[in-house]
Design a binder for this molecule. Structure first.
Ligand code: ASP
Length: 301
């Protein structure tokens, strides 16, 4: 039987999405994990704190054997391809690889080339997809008691470079969320392809915030900006697009604030919002371990 793969939200059935979300919430409330005897590898070619460590924590809590391969210190530096690296790990007994890479679309490209017995989880590919982040964000909202079918969710900031936004739009749409809105400076709006087609766009943050139940702030991804987008003035960005306590006060009093991390404090949001009572940022981090446990269980069982 072919191993299971999680490459993007569209590749998941609604059944599987619901199973993962329910299980993540149950695990966060103390459900017993199903013990696993498989071997998984974290293969990270881009820096990561939350995603890499939470996959490792999730694997450890399930009793999986987990190998961490740091791309920068692997034979990739000698010219080995990612495909050969994954085949090599599989030959040594790795059954599922968790891959993070700066090349957009790499997981889709690798899919047909991988040994059939090797599972793959996309842990973020360039500006492409980050399905496990979207799943953990949804699990966080559900655990928090947010009623998704009526919730108004605003995603704000550097949408152009955000795989988190793309995966969240896909997942929230599949889950039938009340409304999704996008807000950000024109220079950082996504190229309007099918992934963002038809999604409401706001001209400014204040109008996006009015009536929002959830605001997902995105990191300004300076490392992905080319000359055309890198010339932004960050103080000016903060003034127009930064979520401050003053701005948040214009939203509903129970509006939740999310951010996938890592944060640029003082750019996309102010420290008092990040650390304030409406912030779910560390709850997202906590839920990331339970969600990734649920994902491992679903893919390895
Ligand atoms: N940690 C998230 C990602 O890897 C968000 C970010 O880096 O801004 O995409």
């Amino acid at each position: 039987m072919s191993a299971k793969r999680l490459i993007d939200i569209d590749g998941l059935s609604l059944d599987l999405i619901e199973t993962i979300l329910e299980r993540a919430v149950a695990l966060s409330q103390g459900a017993e994990p199903f013990a696993q005897t498989h071997t998984v590898a974290n293969v990270f070619f881009e820096p990561s704190t939350r995603t890499r460590v939470s996959f490792e924590m999730a694997a450890t809590r399930l009793g999986l054997r987990v190998i961490n391969l740091d791309g920068e210190r692997s034979s990739i530096t000698k010219g080995e391809s990612v495909l050969d690296t994954l085949k090599t790990l599989h030959a040594m007994g790795v059954e599922l690889a968790v891959l993070r890479h700066e090349q957009t679309g790499i997981c889709h490209e690798l899919m047909d080339e991988l040994p059939p017995g090797l599972g793959l989880i996309n842990a973020g590919d360039g500006c492409g997809h980050h399905p496990t982040q979207a799943l953990l964000d949804a699990a966080t909202l559900i655990a928090q008691g947010v009623d998704l079918p009526t919730a108004k969710v605003v995603i704000c900031g550097d949408l152009r470079h955000s795989r988190v936004a793309r995966s969240n739009v896909a997942l929230l749409t599949r889950l039938g969320v009340g409304e999704i809105g996008l807000a950000g400076p024109e220079a950082l709006m996504p190229a309007m392809g099918s992934d963002f087609e038809g999604i409401k766009r706001f001209e400014d943050l204040d109008s996006a915030l009015a009536n929002a139940d959830v605001v997902m702030m995105l990191r300004v991804q300076k490392e992905r900006m080319d000359a055309a987008h890198g010339g932004l003035d960050w103080a000016d960005y903060h003034q127009h697009w930064g979520l401050t306590a003053e701005r948040l006060a214009k939203a509903k009093p129970d509006c939740w604030v999310m951010h996938p991390g890592p944060m640029n404090r003082g750019v996309e949001l102010s420290a008092d919002v990040a650390d304030g009572p409406r912030s779910l940022i560390l709850t997202q981090v906590r839920m990331s371990v339970f969600t990734r446990m649920a994902i491992f269980e679903a893919l390895l069982s």
